[in-house]
Design a protein around this ligand. Structure first.
Ligand code: CA
Length: 235
């Protein structure tokens, strides 16, 4: 019933390798580790893991290069493990094709949640299912994609066309962080300049409409310097 997912961890720090290995084994994951990039790339090709955890600072190959190389032939979800305060690095990794990131030091709960989210998104595409449920629900917020309807505690929320496009993009990728540049391109097209003022204005308007207290959001979170993450859809 519960398939044993295989995880490939590429990380040169021994203490983090052993922490993650122990945590994942105790949750029933099958884990293989690599201490450098070269070994990681080889193992990825030979094992075809279900998910890859990748440290960006490796002794031999830069983590960005590994993401780019993997994305030439593999769509396996990649979660980047990165040091705090490297926002630009994280955004670049996501734009290169990583699915998510986790910041050192991180706890078990956060690690497991990120892995579950990425596996779920990866699987949906792999088996050709619709990539998202027809309705997004989180607490009192509901989005019905077919009806183009957004409600909060049963009350209809009026959104502009751009605001609706934005919230559905985030909801259909709920649980994942989307970078500013990814969102800008999806909503305004590839020729929009990379000043994200227009995005921030629209997001502020959405928050005023869907959050009880926009200063402490419950539904859409800001990942400072990177982008936005919408709360995971409740099953
Ligand atoms: Ca490292």
């Amino acid at each position: 019933m519960n398939p044993k997912y295989s995880v490939l961890l590429i990380e040169d720090e021994e203490s983090i390798r052993s922490f993650i290995s122990t945590t994942l084994k105790s949750q029933g994951y099958k884990i293989t580790t690599a201490a450098c990039g070269q070994e990681g790339l080889h193992l990825c090709a030979s094992l075809c893991p279900d998910i890859i955890l990748l440290d960006l600072g490796l002794p031999d190959i830069d983590g960005m290069t590994i993401i780019a190389k993997l994305r030439e032939w593999s769509s396996t979800p990649i979660i980047v493990i990165s040091a705090r305060s490297h926002e630009q690095e994280k955004a670049k990794a996501l734009d290169l094709g990583a699915d998510d990131y986790i910041t050192k030091p991180f706890g078990t709960v956060e690690l497991l949640a990120r892995i579950r989210t990425s596996l779920r998104h990866g699987n949906q595409f792999a088996v050709g299912n619709t990539p998202y449920a027809p309705i997004y629900r989180h607490k009192e917020l509901m989005i019905d994609y077919d009806k183009h309807l957004v409600t909060l505690a049963g009350e209809m929320i009026h959104l502009t066309q751009i605001e609706y496009k934005l919230i559905t993009l985030l909801a259909q990728n709920s649980g994942k962080v989307l970078t500013y540049s990814y969102i800008m391109e999806k909503i305004w097209g590839p020729y929009i300049d990379n000043n994200n003022q227009i995005l921030r204005v629209n997001m502020a308007n959405i928050r005023r409409k869907i959050e009880k207290n926009p200063a402490t959001p419950e539904h859409v979170f800001t990942e400072i310097g990177i982008g936005y993450r919408m709360a995971e859809c409740e099953q």
